[in-house]
Design a protein around this ligand. Structure first.
Ligand SMILES: C[S@@+](CC[C@H](N)C(=O)[O-])C[C@H]1O[C@@H](n2cnc3c(N)ncnc32)[C@H](O)[C@@H]1O
Ligand SMILES: O=C(O)C(=O)C[C@]1(C(=O)O)C=C[C@@H](O)C=C1
Length: 239
């Protein structure tokens, strides 16, 4: 389904929500909005392959329709399970439909729940792919601390985020090029502007330095930035 949600000029812009309308168009929306999304997801699968040994438990927090869940399943052994969590009922319903009749149905545990309270236990891998940015800033450290505490020795976190454009020309370049990416993918000026307004108080990006300091503060022993495309970035953090 084509994402044309922000093309309707007659509708007032309301804060962005992961509702049924968004769930319906989400694969198209995320592909046309996040530069390098397919690469980001695919490489996450290769990281899973490295860190998820026999009987490993992986968490996909803010799983949406399960793109990361699917890549983890594809890259790991048959006894590896994924706990896929999202608090948007339409997203979890879509994910359940997709996996219901698949060979992997028994490897996926779905939870329609808030990632801020869901227990994280014995995890080899936790993935926050474009999700922490929607958690209130003051709650982000606590979530990362809980994730860190829930990892087994050798376990890892994948954190992928839209990051705040730096001051000055560097930031202006990233913002402009991200909008050009959307234009090149067929979004109108109106749709770009309306989505920017809808996301304003909802997706709160932070600087690279803030994210890296928080990973240290949360108790991760180290982190490496392994992906960047324009203003989107991913780290692998270990304990
Ligand atoms: C941009 S999408 C994530 C995309 C997805 N990880 C992927 O790779 O395709 C963000 C998701 O996080 C979910 N989310 C945001 N805050 C959440 C929370 N506090 N608890 C659970 N899910 C949350 C949203 O419902 C949405 O589905
Ligand atoms: O920054 C934007 O304009 C985006 O569209 C980014 C973003 C994201 O990073 O989650 C926002 C909402 C949609 O879920 C898809 C992509």
């Amino acid at each position: 389904m084509i994402d044309d949600l922000f093309d309707r000029a007659n509708r007032p812009v309301r804060p962005f929500e992961f509702d049924a309308d968004v769930a319906r168009v989400f694969p198209d929306m995320v592909r046309r909005s996040v530069p390098g999304y397919a690469e980001l997801v695919g490489l996450s699968g290769l990281i899973a392959r490295r860190v998820a040994g026999p009987r490993a438990r992986c968490y996909d927090l803010g799983c949406s329709l399960g793109a990361v869940t699917r890549t983890i399943l594809r890259q790991t052994g048959p006894d590896v399970t994924v706990i896929a969590v999202d608090n948007a009922p339409a997203m979890i319903a879509g994910l359940r439909t997709q996996f219901a009749d698949s060979d992997d149905a028994e490897r996926v545990v779905t939870q329609c729940a808030d990632i801020q309270t869901v227990p994280i236990e014995q995890a080899s891998l936790v993935v926050l792919n474009l999700t922490l940015q929607f958690v209130p800033i003051e709650l982000r450290l606590e979530l990362l601390q809980r994730i860190r505490a829930g990892l087994v020795p050798g376990g890892a976190l994948i954190l992928a985020e839209k990051f705040a454009a730096p001051e000055g020309r560097a930031g202006a370049w990233l913002t402009t090029l991200h909008e050009d990416f959307k234009r090149a993918n067929g979004y109108s000026e109106l749709a770009i502007a309306r989505k920017r307004a809808a996301l304003e108080q909802v997706l709160i990006p932070e600087s690279l330095a803030t994210h890296e300091q928080r990973l240290t503060e949360a108790g991760f022993a180290g982190a490496v930035r392994w992906f960047q495309s324009l203003n989107f970035v991913a780290w692998l953090a270990w304990i």
